[in-house]
Ligand binder design. Structure first.
Ligand code: PAF
Length: 288
């Protein structure tokens, strides 16, 4: 497995494969890889001849008071895991390689409306940072397929819309959230949790699951369910950013008649912000 830090070297490598008609897959990451990321690489492996994983802690998607400096950077260990998983090339550029004229000078890609709610409401500029770097990565790598995790449900919706609206010639693929044995969604930020916080963190998933079960059993009083979930999380010591029940396609507040809804949650536990989601298919539940 090779690693490159420059766009030119990456392009030369990929041109060689493209000339041979090889299919290329991209797995964009910020590194500090866990089993969830590796599942994306395995899915990519099955769909392409060449798998490129990018590792770039993108400064453009972090707010001024967020964890850009402390975000875990573990390139050597990531390389080891990727090598074992059948990845072909690691692209690990510096911020200067990606934004040669600095962040302020760089052209932005902004996806309207679906970026304004949920995480977007609490993290202004975050999704513009994500959309910009993902567009940049798509243009550099020109992958046939790109694979993302479903844990960042809103991010996935933003990327799908971006690819569709701008007719980007890439197939956006997603993989289900990878969970720890107790149900906690795997995330690089879980390593910020103290042992006490770690044992409590799973309550977000349990709250999503309990609320989803109410919906599966026929409840549609979404506002009451949301209020109840926020109250319970706060009582358990979380500082909830939001707990929203939305239409899975538009991410707008769910309506009584929606046939697929997604429960989105974000909450602080100490200094760690955790997000998770569960989708509920109601197509077979119309008799309720
Ligand atoms: O999900 C992530 O790790 C990042 O937001 C992404 C998609 C790699 C863009 O920096």
């Amino acid at each position: 497995m090779r690693t490159t830090h420059t766009i030119n070297e990456l392009k030369a490598y990929l041109q060689h494969h493209r000339n041979r008609g090889h299919r290329i897959a991209l797995v964009p990451t910020m590194g500090n890889l866990h089993q969830g990321h590796l599942a994306l690489v395995k899915a990519a492996r099955q769909q392409a001849d060449v798998v490129v994983t990018s590792i770039f802690v993108n400064p453009l998607q972090f707010g001024a008071n967020e964890d850009l400096d402390s975000y875990p950077r573990t390139l050597a260990e990531d390389q080891r895991l990727l090598n074992e998983t059948g990845n072909d090339l690691v692209f690990a550029p510096s911020p200067r390689e990606m934004y040669p004229n600095g962040l302020d000078q760089h052209t932005r890609v902004t996806v309207p409306v679906i970026t304004e709610l949920h995480c977007g409401a609490n993290r202004p500029g975050h999704f513009t940072g994500v959309a910009t770097v993902v567009t940049l990565l798509f243009n550099i790598v020109q992958p046939d397929v790109a694979v993302f995790g479903e844990k960042d449900f809103q991010q996935l919706a933003v990327i799908r819309k971006l690819a569709q609206d701008l007719c980007l010639p890439v197939h956006v693929e997603s993989m289900p959230t990878y969970r720890e044995a107790d149900g906690l969604a795997m995330s690089s930020r879980n390593r910020y949790l103290s042992p006490q916080e770690r044992s409590k963190a799973v309550l977000i998933y349990q709250m999503l699951e309990a609320t989803a079960e109410h919906i599966r059993k026929g409840r549609r009083d979404y506002t009451a369910l949301t209020d109840q979930a926020v109250r319970s999380l706060a009582e358990q010591g979380f500082k909830p950013d939001y707990f929203n029940i939305v239409n899975s396609q538009t991410l707008a507040p769910a309506e009584y008649t929606d046939l697929q809804v997604t429960l989105l949650a974000a909450a602080w536990l100490g200094n760690t912000r955790l997000i998770d989601n569960i989708s509920v298919d109601l197509k077979d539940a119309s008799n309720h």
